[in-house]
Design a protein around this ligand. Structure first.
Ligand SMILES: *[C@@H]1O[C@H](CO)[C@@H](O)[C@H](O)[C@H]1NC(C)=O
Ligand SMILES: *[C@@H]1O[C@H](CO)[C@@H](O)[C@H](O)[C@H]1NC(C)=O
Ligand SMILES: *[C@@H]1O[C@H](CO)[C@@H](O)[C@H](O)[C@H]1NC(C)=O
Ligand SMILES: *[C@@H]1O[C@H](CO)[C@@H](O)[C@H](O)[C@H]1NC(C)=O
Ligand SMILES: *[C@@H]1O[C@H](CO)[C@@H](O)[C@H](O)[C@H]1NC(C)=O
Length: 649
């Protein structure tokens, strides 16, 4: 009995996962990374870890151990960073940190309800970062940090703060760069709340209950503020007047509110000669139902606008006028109608248009006729049938670099028609689903050029790939033929892209029983091969012998019964970093199967039927970090086999 449970325990320990941690070097890490590094238990209190021994404890971290007050050892030592995480901390004694010289203090997931005014006395010239998320603060502890001359990062997120005072952040005017107040219960910003924060760059007010932002709130300006996050509040319009003084504002995130229109509510009267210049406008998941003409009259430049998830049914003419916009993402909006001149005002600026996941059935003729700069167009997952492609795409033909027409419900793409209409010689990326053919042949791509690098033909009912299919598109680097029903890949299918193809994926898409080894022989540049989720039962031991650049091999979820010794060879596969045979039918691993693979870091053999692992099955795998063998039938192994060294030596 006893021995059996010990064996089971040993089995769990060794066979579950064998991880060898890689330690990042201290020199390269930033303060967040340093904090997360694992250090040894402190000599003066083994419940916490310390990067150094007293009198200078360096980085101290106490996690999930009970400390209702700060640990004693801290008071009499120097400490660089202190992080108390979920320790039941209820209070900070005044003056306690007085002599520590702390640079960063993080007290997270505790029960602090208030911070004494003298909590940080003594840290005036040392504390740069004060981080207090997930506590029970109900007010901003202004007096505690007012004298911290260096404080540049203040995080009070996930508390219960309801109010803000006029002088909440007084004292931090010349130091504070980042202020995080997200996930509190702030309903109102009072006038001049943030007055004088001369170098504040980021202000995060997401996840509060703001329903309005008074024009006076930012009136004194924050001359460096470039990022304002207001996501997940209850704002019903964009507070243009309040934003006007923020001359450096570049990113405005006002997603997940209840905004119903981009225009200001005119019943307020005077507003708005305001003209914002933004790099990013996030307005996803609001309640915008329509974009009438001139919706952007308060926006002069917006490089990228994100409208995803608004219930916008219709795009009217001049919807984006008069802004200059480079990229529009309007995904999952339920769009059904687009005016033929909806985008006309953007003819000289629009570069990326992503309308994927909508309900479009047609595209008006001439929609893109004057668009000289359009590079990327995605119409993925709509129900589009393009009646006269010539008309639709006419003028973008020489510029379009990326076109995505994939999706079950989009009408079939006839590649010949597509090439006829657009002569897509410069195209770099093409993604389609349905085609009017079940086999890929060279003729399909006759008028494409060598610029084409990414090709995805998925959900297409393809059955075969013929010899020399890629002879006109010799530059393909990434090929995805997933979700098809491909039974034949002729031996010379990839002859012309052997030197260029880096990634080849055919997941849920291959119906053969054997890996098409002969076809793969051409792929000497290939770095990633993914044949997962197919029905492969066998693979020749020479399948990968020409794939000398292979880094990642994904063969999970097949029915492979055996990996023959010699399939992987040290002198050929010197770059191979990761192999997955998860969820196959392997029964045993013989001697020297994984041998001499100098770059191999991860080897996944979980969920097979492995009963037997021969001695020296894994050998000379110097970089191996993870060997996983979970979910096999290794119970019959002798005690001896649990010795890790037994596998490796
Ligand atoms: C912490 O140290 C300071 C001086 O270094 C001392 O004045 C104070 O009493 C100490 N507090 C505690 C609780 O030990
Ligand atoms: C515009 O603002 C007024 C005053 O707050 C409000 O009564 C009205 O409902 C708003 N209009 C819309 C369309 O929300
Ligand atoms: C828009 O993008 C261009 C090019 O990246 C950049 O020079 C410009 O500053 C951006 N405009 C704004 C308002 O950020
Ligand atoms: C898209 O159209 C289908 C019917 O054609 C409808 O069931 C669905 O709700 C529409 N989706 C949206 C987001 O409007
Ligand atoms: C392609 O264009 C040629 C002439 O320009 C025409 O004869 C042919 O029918 C077109 N093919 C398709 C598929 O539209």
């Amino acid at each position: 009995m006893g021995l059996e449970s010990i064996l089971k325990f040993g089995y769990a320990l060794v066979t579950v996962t064998l991880m060898l941690m890689v330690w990042a070097s201290l020199a390269r890490a930033n303060s967040r990374e340093i904090e997360q590094m694992k250090f040894p238990p402190c000599t003066s209190n083994p419940l916490c870890t310390c990067s150094k021994a007293a009198p200078d404890l360096g980085v101290v971290h106490c996690k999930n151990v009970p400390f209702p007050a700060l640990p004693r050892m801290v008071n009499s030592s120097k400490v660089f960073m202190l992080h108390m995480e979920n320790t039941g901390l209820r209070e900070i004694e005044p003056y306690f940190l007085h002599a520590t010289g702390l640079y960063r203090l993080k007290l997270s997931n505790n029960y602090l309800t208030e911070i004494p005014d003298d909590a940080f006395t003594g840290l005036e010239r040392s504390l740069w970062e004060l981080i207090l998320p997930h506590n029970d603060l109900i007010a901003i502890p202004s007096k505690s940090f007012r004298h911290l001359q260096k404080l540049r990062h203040l995080d009070l997120s996930y508390n219960h703060i309801t109010n803000m005072e006029r002088d909440s952040f007084r004292g931090l005017e010349d130091s504070l760069q980042t202020l995080i107040l997200k996930e509190n219960s702030i309903t109102m910003l009072v006038s001049h709340s943030f007055s004088g924060l001369m170098i504040l760059e980021t202000l995060d007010l997401s996840g509060n209950n703001l329903f309005d932002i008074d024009p006076s709130v930012f009136r004194d300006g924050m001359p460096r503020l470039s990022k304002l996050l207001l996501t997940d509040n209850i704002l019903s319009e964009i507070p243009y007047d309040a934003l006007e003084p923020l001359k450096q504002l570049r990113t405005l995130d006002i997603s997940h509110n209840i905004i119903w229109s981009l225009s200001p509510n005119s019943t307020y009267g005077t507003r708005s000669n305001v003209k914002l210049n933004l790099d990013n406008l996030h307005i996803e998941y609001n309640h915008i139902q329509e974009l009438p003409p001139n919706s952007f009259s308060n926006l002069e430049v917006v490089n990228r606008t994100f409208f995803d998830g608004n219930p916008i049914k219709t795009l009217m003419q001049d919807a984006f006028k008069p802004a200059k916009i480079r990229e529009i993402y309007m995904r999952y909006c339920g769009l059904t109608n687009v005016s033929p001149v909806a985008f006309d005002s953007l003819a000289n600026t629009l570069q990326i248009l992503d309308l994927s996941g909508n309900n479009l059935t047609t595209l008006p003729n001439k929609l893109f006729n004057k668009f000289d700069f359009l590079r990327v167009l995605s119409l993925r997952d709509n129900q589009i049938k393009i009646e006269s492609p010539m008309e639709t795409f006419n003028a973008v033909q020489y510029n379009l670099l990326k076109l995505d027409l994939s999706g079950d419900k989009n009408a079939a793409t006839n590649l010949q028609e597509l090439r006829n209409m657009t002569r897509l010689r410069n195209m770099r990326s093409l993604s389609i689903s349905k085609m009017n053919t079940q086999s890929l042949t060279p003729e399909e791509f006759a008028d494409f050029g060598t610029e084409l690098e990414d090709l995805q033909i998925t959900r297409s009912e393809l059955q075969s790939v013929k010899s020399h299919t890629f002879k006109y598109i010799r530059g393909v680097k990434r090929l995805d033929l997933s979700e098809n029903n491909i039974g034949t890949i002729e031996n010379d299918a990839f002859a012309e892209i052997g030197h260029s193809l880096i990634s080849f994926k055919i997941s849920h898409g291959y119906s053969g029983n054997a890996l098409p080894s002969d076809a793969l022989k051409h792929l000497t540049s290939l770095q990633e091969l993914d044949f997962s989720n197919n029905k492969i039962t066998s693979m020749s031991d020479t399948s990968f012998h020409f794939l000398k650049n292979l880094r990642l091999l994904e063969l999970h979820d097949n029915r492979i019964e055996q990996v023959t010794k010699g399939t992987f060879q040290g002198d050929i596969h010197s770059k191979l970093e990761e192999i997955s045979f998860k969820f196959n039918s392997l029964k045993s691993i013989s001697q020297h199967t994984f041998f001499d693979l100098e770059a191999l870091e991860k080897l996944h053999l979980d969920d097979n039927k492995i009963e037997k692992i021969e001695r020296r099955a894994f050998m000379n795998l110097d970089r191996l970090e993870i060997l996983s063998l979970r979910g096999n039938k290794l119970n019959s192994l002798s005690e001896e086999s649990f010795q890790v060294s037994w596998f490796f030596t």
